[in-house]
Design a protein around this ligand. Structure first.
Ligand code: HEC
Length: 181
């Protein structure tokens, strides 16, 4: 083959390759987005992303704040609302209230597991050791049957950490004014 045919071949191959490449790019750009990316992913990305050259770390932090959902302050008031919706069917909370399906929860924060007088706990609960602090309450309320296998508290659990924190803040108010914990 002479040099002219060689040159022609090279150009022809080049044209074919760029044709396919352009088509692919077009497909990529036109492809519909199947699902909006999850907010968590965005927040995580924004948090872990290195600031782009020219942009400062402050810009990234601002992006994280802008993307994060408005924080819910886990106040006892909010916790009481959650309690009324989710726990009240089975639990009383006043100092001298009777037990219901579940034990009365006055003073439960800081008390031992299954320690309420006059309530018939399930066997796994009676055998459970430890005390109710922020951590144990959180784990239990998140998933009661995982925290104490065989508990008779038939409740799926509060999935939102903010709801659990609020309920725990409310439980902590169930004590004599001025008492410890
Ligand atoms: C369907 C009824 C039911 C619901 C709803 C329920 N509980 Fe209970 N709860 C129980 C029962 C029953 C027990 C006793 C478990 C056992 O003996 O196995 C219990 C036990 C507890 C205990 C341990 C008390 C102790 O003396 O150790 C805590 C704390 C508690 N529940 C908090 C909650 C909170 C907070 C909610 C709402 C988010 C809730 N429960 C919703 C039935 C319920």
């Amino acid at each position: 083959m002479n040099s002219k045919t060689g040159l022609f071949l090279i150009i022809a191959v080049g044209v074919i390759i760029s044709f396919f490449w352009i088509n692919k790019e077009k497909e990529r750009l036109e492809a519909p987005k199947l699902e909006a990316p999850k907010l968590e992913t965005k927040v995580k990305d924004a948090a872990s992303a290195q600031p782009a050259p020219g942009k400062t770390a402050e810009t990234s932090a601002a992006a994280v704040i802008a993307l994060a959902p408005a924080p819910v302050t886990p106040t006892p008031d909010r916790g009481k609302k959650v309690f009324m919706k989710k726990c009240k069917i089975c639990h009383t909370w006043g100092q001298n209230d009777k037990h219901k399906i579940g034990p009365n929860l006055w003073g439960v924060a800081g008390a031992g597991l299954g320690a309420k007088a006059g309530y018939r706990y399930s066997k796994p609960f009676k055998n459970a050791k430890g005390a109710w602090d922020g951590q144990t309450l959180d784990a239990f309320i998140a998933n009661p049957r995982k925290f104490i296998k065989g508990t008779k508290m038939v409740f799926r659990g509060l999935k939102k950490a903010a709801d659990r924190a609020a309920v725990i803040a409310f439980l902590r108010t169930l004590k004599e004014q001025g008492a410890g914990k």
